[in-house]
Write a protein that binds this ligand. Structure first.
Ligand SMILES: Cc1cc2nc3c(=O)[nH]c(=O)nc-3n(C[C@H](O)[C@H](O)[C@H](O)COP(=O)(O)OP(=O)(O)OC[C@H]3O[C@@H](n4cnc5c(N)ncnc54)[C@H](O)[C@@H]3O)c2cc1C
Length: 448
């Protein structure tokens, strides 16, 4: 028998879960407190362009999801053939989005090799890492692990000692490269452990998976997908309840009622697809605050407008130089097909900055140092002119789990289940769109 489900959260997680339920023939309501569909994927308007808040794409997603995105976009997607660059210690490396430590001095690199070989001899460390620093050391040895922990600190604005080891999955620190490609390949081939932790250029490795990377091609950035995805779900029968606040959740003997400031919905189950634990707890009548267990990674976010012809032919560059202002710079205007009739387009730069720091406070004056760094890194050509710009503050981008987070979230899930088994609090661990989509494929068994 078909059932009625309420999906709370119109982000990508809500999209995937709603799609599974609709495909199985169920009635679905989607509630979001914001008046738009898409959550953090929804682009904002800056200086006449549609701009994603960071680099957002359907990158490395299963072909089936790529097909769904393409169907929603009526074919108007472009395949992203990743051209990434990384910068570390003043050296630029093409084809990598992780730090390339090969510009370190020979003695340090020899030390890294010694430590890696020791790890390989025992097939990795025997201990279970208690925090991210230990994980990095267990994967790459003390020397490289320490360098990576420093990079993590600089970007994520928090010490790797106090975050859970799984924070690595949100970073570009999942593999180590510290030698030239042939040497990396030889080391990789010398042990299964090293094969797992070391990186070599994809080109030299051949195609490694069947995933696809696509991006909306309508000149509206990710928002182009968000608006069409909402309509697509509606055509499948979803009822959109956007811009509605949940005021109560009432238990019934054989159903659950969710009350918003605009309607009451009687449902079989509520699928809570966002990480707003505080709001769910409050509605269920208990206090819960995860804020002490999450670090939000504040960033200054710059949009730099220049002539498209001056923008490097790349997808993004990740800058791991400790003294750098910018972290990730992306050719968002180019891959998003946003070039004005005068030939202007834009790049975006994510710039780590602690809330309250000098940079954070002086964000409006930071555009010139950011621009100069973009020129120095070759993100734009040295003769490029900055036509216009906007720098905004994003207090929370990548959410990193601090030590104790997993226990706390398990405690929360138990409490929600105890109070009302008709509420399914979704696993918030899957992070990339690929993983969120794959996780949603199990939803029907969870709600059965
Ligand atoms: C800067 C950045 C860049 C990223 N880039 C990529 C990338 O390139 N590729 C990739 O695969 N992944 C990327 N990710 C990860 C991926 O984008 C996210 O994991 C995913 O989009 C999160 O979707 P979500 O639905 O969980 O959250 P959100 O998009 O945040 O959606 C949650 C929704 O729930 C709503 N909500 C919250 N509380 C309530 C409430 N009480 N009542 C009703 N509604 C509520 C919110 O308004 C929001 O719309 C990136 C993440 C970040 C932060």
């Amino acid at each position: 028998m078909n059932k009625t489900y309420v999906v709370v959260g119109a982000g990508f997680r809500g999209f995937c879960d709603a799609m599974q339920l609709l495909n199985a023939g169920h009635k679905v309501y989607i509630i979001d407190k914001e008046p738009f569909f898409g959550g953090i994927s929804y682009s904002i308007d800056l200086k006449g362009f549609a701009v994603d808040k960071g680099v957002h794409m359907f990158d490395g997603v299963p072909a089936a999801l790529g097909d769904i995105v393409t169907e929603i976009m009526d074919g108007k997607v472009r395949t992203i053939d990743f051209v990434s660059v990384s910068a570390f210690n003043g050296k630029l490396t093409d084809g990598f989005s992780l730090p390339d430590l090969s510009s370190l001095d020979e003695a340090t690199k020899a030390q890294i090799t010694t430590e890696l070989k020791a790890l390989a001899a025992t097939n990795g460390s025997a201990r279970t890492p208690k925090n991210l620093t230990e994980l990095l050391e267990d994967r790459y040895g003390k020397t490289a692990g320490h360098i990576f922990a420093g990079i993590f600190r600089d970007i994520y604005n928090i010490d790797a000692n106090v975050v859970q080891p799984d924070a690595i999955s949100k970073t570009s620190l999942g593999r180590l490269k510290y030698l030239d490609d042939p040497e990396m390949v030889a080391l990789k081939q010398s042990s299964p452990f090293l094969d797992n932790v070391l990186a070599a250029r994809r080109k030299s490795m051949g195609k490694v998976d069947d995933f696809v990377s696509v991006y909306p091609d309508t000149g509206e950035a990710m928002r182009g997908w968000c608006t069409r995805a909402a309509t697509w779900l509606e055509k499948k029968g979803a009822v959109m309840c956007l811009g509605e606040n949940i005021t109560a959740i009432e238990n019934g003997s054989d159903n659950i009622t969710i009350v918003t400031d605009k309607r009451r919905i009687e449902a079989d189950k509520i699928i809570w697809t966002n990480d707003n634990t505080q709001a769910l707890a409050k509605t269920l009548g208990f206090e819960f605050d995860l804020n002490d267990y999450i670090s939000g990674t504040p960033m200054l976010f710059a949009v730099m407008i220049t002539q498209a012809k001056h923008i490097k032919d790349f997808t993004y560059l990740q800058n791991f130089n400790p003294e750098g202002i910018t972290f990730r710079s992306a050719s968002a205007g180019i891959y998003g097909n946003q070039i004005t009739s005068e030939g202007a387009s834009f790049i975006t730069c994510e710039c780590p900055a602690a809330i309250g720091s000098i940079e954070w406070e002086a964000f409006k004056e930071l555009h010139m140092p950011i621009w100069e760094e973009c020129k120095a890194l070759g993100v734009v050509s040295s003769d490029a002119t900055l036509l216009d710009h906007a720098v905004i503050r994003l207090p929370s981008t990548f959410k990193v789990a601090k030590l104790g987070y997993d226990d706390k979230i398990a405690e929360f899930s138990d409490e929600v289940r105890k109070r009302n088994p008709r509420i399914l609090f979704r696993d918030v661990k899957p992070f990339f769109r690929r993983d969120i989509y794959l996780d949603s494929l199990h939803l029907l068994s969870l709600v059965a």
